[in-house]
Design a protein around this ligand. Structure first.
Ligand code: SF4
Length: 909
């Protein structure tokens, strides 16, 4: 156990994105956790982004699920496990094995994932296990399998530093994979590589772009088909490579040429001729090109074809798996890749084996000693939830994910979950939108308590290590699943003593059927070279015999691993692929527009995604005051032109509607969006806002091959959502105000020592003030001191408990005119504190008028930066960094500093 006896830093891996940064942490006696970047980890060499740096603020027992519960009542583990095994068994007996399902997560460790997959596919005998990676990376999986014969990312992070051209397409790397973005920024400064950003939005990633192509939503295939045609017309293809290593060029090229002339590309993408040609010429002329792609490519009804249209261009130029020259799919989640390795997707078996390969099913059956292996793929995520609705699935076990927020049509699917006969949810938190539908809630260990492995975007397996004791009765996911398996009668196959046992079994499994053969291209008979050729590149033979001690000490390494500590950085560089012929496949990719198109009723495109300082549904990052501060409310970014056309005012509430429903978001008029296009982050849930679950707007249409839904192109309408008053309420209480009426709209944000609620109301300011004050008195009882102050355009209220501020609020008809940023720091301060006194004067002291938080790492606020710029001493971002320290931590705010500088300089012109 990792207490601080030796003052020892323990190496582990960040909980969030697929960069998979190494961290070092040490636990203090008070339960807090210090975290710093691991300077030896090859993913980040010591760097961390704002989320990684704040990991220590997200551990602890606040909000944790501490005991198993059945129907909201605490029970013992024995009772919970018996309930699950009995209900699953009965449902399978009555309705068949496909009447049950697991919906798992890229937050699970590989060992957890492996055991869940083994139970469902190997012993229950159904393919019905799918993962939230379906929403994230499944189009890349399908694209990789079609082109390469296996779900392989051929390159490694070092390629970003070796490239002369980096194409970021459908990837706001600056916010979603910040440490990789910092690596590119540094590489660009050192070797002058060019960066092209292909994205409908002008995202913070454009901060380092030499060229930004703001293409129309969903038009990526047209752009890359045009590139393939351009490469052909300009004799920029590598025919030696194409002849030796690929098949299918003719059909792919014919398809590309059908729409490949520049005019057609212009029409489909909305780009001008000069932009298109500049990109094509750069790509054509630059041998060392890395194309990085992510959710903007994957999350589409033609996501798989988008991936293959990119891979086609790399195959045509022979730029696969070579130093500084490769396509590069970056994964969203910390272990999306690990889940794919062990069969977390419904259509794959573990260890990259396939349902339709009889050798594979035989080998797995023998290895697991089961005669009940699933023989066909199960239902993919959305199909799984639709099958609950139709009554085919009667029990679902959801692990470490929050589909009631993250799935498209989430309001409809929440109702589906509510009506499901039996719902089990394993989670480390006590209240999530999904847990509200659970018949059985199981307390799982959280990050910092679990132990196992994760695989990052460059195929690097790293250890997540235990840093803190588990609170309450929290258990590892693999233990919970194994105990249920034992109670269902499969004990012989799930008698694991530790996560190390499971990892070694999985590593052993990757060696099944792997043979030493010569590659097809290296001759035949006596002329064959003796070369280890892996029929499946995912091979961990070098890790299959680890002792528990070796597992405990395992250093990060990229698969395949034929010998421990001798990992493989790149794959396919020799032109040999994992397809039956050994050749990579060009795929003909037709450009198809998004499934839904804007109409007179829903005339605007909505794009959804992540923001800098939050992760998924905020169950973890939402615990950190500093991460919560950068973006305090769900918002809609829109152009000034659209704002004017639809009478939307900056900072006011806007109602966004689609054919599925409506949400209320705060308007952010911004040059990031082109007219006709909007952006909204998806992180907020029913736990953090009353009407801001953005994915409720999205349709359930999905890619026919990957099953990945369309998250980036939804037709919507917008209109102002007027209100009479608004309030900002700070409170020590972590309870969402159940006393708010449905007429009031609210959002909740974690702050120092408490919470901030932003409330908008149809009541007059006076009515709202009176009502909030009455509710506070009711909640806290009489006898506590409180103060009411009414001023011309605002009223204020403070309530003290033991002479410390416990609740305060400001009510106004327009809070934007009030100085409110400093209020978040008031909770817990005594009445005599000058800062608390300012509550009643209505004016913050100058030293507290620092504005909104810009740099989360160094806690530098907007007014400090603006003052530095105004003073004339800062005429560059570098100077701002030196003077204010902003941007000197993880660097994620550097694009924002540039934006602030640009705006300030514009004002001076
Ligand atoms: Fe964690 Fe940030 Fe690294 Fe991603 S980039 S793994 S969120 S520290």
């Amino acid at each position: 156990m990792a207490h601080r006896e030796n003052n020892k830093w323990i190496k582990s891996t960040c909980a969030y994105c697929g960069v998979g940064c190494g961290i070092e942490a040490r636990a203090n006696r008070d339960g807090s956790l210090e975290v710093r970047g691991d300077s030896q980890h090859p993913a980040n060499y010591g760097r961390l982004c704002s989320k990684g740096l704040a990991l220590g603020e997200t551990v602890g027992i606040e909000g944790r699920l501490l005991t198993p519960r059945i129907n909201q009542q605490d029970v013992t583990w024995e009772e919970a496990l018996a309930d699950i095994s009995t209900n699953f068994r009965h449902i399978i007996e009555r309705h068949g094995k496909n009447a049950v399902a697991f919906y798992v997560s890229g937050q699970l460790l590989t060992e957890d994932y492996y055991v869940a997959n083994k139970l469902m596919k190997g012993f229950i005998g159904s393919g019905n296990i799918d993962t939230n990676s379906r929403l994230c990376m499944s189009s890349s999986v399908a694209g990789h399998k079609r082109a390469f014969g296996a779900d392989i990312v051929p390159g490694c992070y070092e390629d970003l530093e070796l490239a002369d051209l980096i194409v970021l397409t459908g990837s706001n790397l600056a916010w979603c994979h910040p440490v990789l973005f910092q690596r590119i920024r540094e590489a660009k400064a050192n070797n002058q590589c060019k960066v092209v950003v292909i994205d409908p939005r002008h995202t913070p990633s454009c901060d380092i772009a030499d060229l930004h192509l703001p293409l129309l939503p969903g038009s990526d295939i047209a752009l890359f088909n045009g590139l393939l045609a351009f490469l052909s017309e300009n004799r920029a293809m590598n025919f030696t490579y194409i002849d030796q290593a690929t098949e299918g060029l003719d059909l792919a090229l014919a398809t590309a040429f059908r729409f490949g002339d520049i005019e057609s590309v212009q029409a489909a993408t909305g780009l001008d001729r000069g932009q298109i040609l500049a990109f094509y010429q750069l790509f054509s002329a630059t041998e060392k090109t890395v194309t990085v792609y992510s959710q903007g490519v994957n999350q589409s009804t033609s996501g798989t074809n988008k991936v293959n249209s990119i891979l086609n261009c790399h195959l045509a130029t022979g730029r696969i798996g070579k130093p500084g020259s490769t396509p590069f799919s970056v994964t969203g989640q910390p272990n999306a890749m690990g889940g794919r390795e062990v069969g977390g997707l419904a259509n794959m078996l573990a260890a990259h084996m396939d349902f339709d390969n009889p050798d594979h099913t035989r080998q797995i059956s023998e290895f697991w000693q089961t005669d009940n292996l699933a023989r066909s793929p199960g239902l993919k995520a959305l199909d799984m939830f639709n099958a609950i609705e139709s009554g085919k699935i009667k029990a679902i076990w959801i692990m470490a994910t929050n589909p009631a927020v993250s799935l498209p049509e989430n309001q409809r699917l929440s109702a589906v979950l509510a009506n499901c006969p039996y719902v089990v949810v394993s989670d480390c938190m006590a209240d999530t939108d999904t847990l509200r539908h659970a018949d059985v809630a199981l307390p799982a260990q959280g990050w910092g308590e679990k132990s196992g492995t994760v695989t990052n975007s460059e195929r690097r397996i790293s250890r997540q290590r235990r840093l803190l004791p588990s609170p309450g009765e929290a258990k590892p996911d693999w233990w919970i699943i194994s105990e249920v398996a034992k109670k269902m009668g499969f004990g012989h196959a799930f008698d694991y003593q530790s996560e190390a046992d499971i990892f070694c079994e999985y590593a052993q499994m990757t060696t099944l059927g792997q043979e030493t053969l010569a590659p097809p291209s290296s001759g035949s008979g006596n002329q064959r070279n003796t070369v280890l050729v892996l029929s499946r590149p995912l091979n961990l033979v070098g890790l299959a015999g680890l002792t528990p001690q070796q597992y405990h000490q395992l250093a990060p390494q990229q698969w395949p691993v034929t010998m421990c500590d001798q990992p493989t950085a790149r794959l396919f560089g020799n032109g040999e692929f994992a397809t039956p012929s050994g050749k990579a496949q060009f795929i003909a990719t037709d450009h198809r527009p998004p499934a839904e198109q804007p109409s007179s009723r829903y005339p605007l495109w909505l794009n959804t995604g992540r923001i800098r300082d939050h992760w998924h549904t905020m169950t973890r990052t939402g615990l950190s005051p500093r991460l919560s501060e950068h973006t305090s409310e769900p918002y809609l970014a829109l152009s000034a032109q659209d704002a004017e056309q639809f009478s939307i005012e900056q900072g006011k509430l806007v109602k966004v509607s689609s054919a599925r429903g409506s949400v209320l978001l705060r308007a952010r008029i911004s040059p990031e969006c082109r007219p006709g296009q909007m952006f909204a982050p998806f992180h907020w849930s029913d736990c953090t806002t009353s009407m801001g679950k953005v994915n409720a707007l999205l349709a359930g249409q999905r890619d026919p091959l990957s099953g990945q839904p369309e998250f980036k192109a939804t037709p919507v309408s917008v209109e102002p959502s007027p209100y009479q008053s608004e309030a900002l309420l700070i409170s020590q209480s972590n309870h969402v105000p159940d006393w708010l009426s449905p007429q009031e709209h609210w959002t909740c944000q974690r702050s120092h020592n408490g919470y901030i609620f932003r409330i908008t109301s149809q009541q007059t300011p006076e009515q709202l003030h009176k009502w909030l004050a009455t509710q506070q008195a009711k909640r806290d009882g009489r006898g506590q001191q409180h103060i009411d102050i009414a001023q011309s355009n605002q009223s204020r209220y403070a309530r003290f408990h033991n002479n410390q501020l416990s609740v305060a609020f400001i009510v106004s008809n327009d809070l934007q005119i009030c100085e409110t940023d400093y209020l978040s720091t008031l909770v817990g301060r005594p009445l005599s504190d000058p800062l608390v006194q300012t509550l009643f004067t209505g004016k913050a002291l100058p030293e507290h008028q620092a504005g909104r938080l810009v740099c989360a790492c160094k806690q530098v606020r907007a007014n400090t930066i603006a003052q530095a710029v105004r003073s004339g001493t800062c005429d560059s971002v570098k100077a701002i960094c030196q003077v204010t320290q902003a941007g000197t931590g993880c660097g994620s705010c550097l694009p924002e500093l540039q934006q602030m500088l640009d705006e300030a300089q514009l004002k001076q012109v």
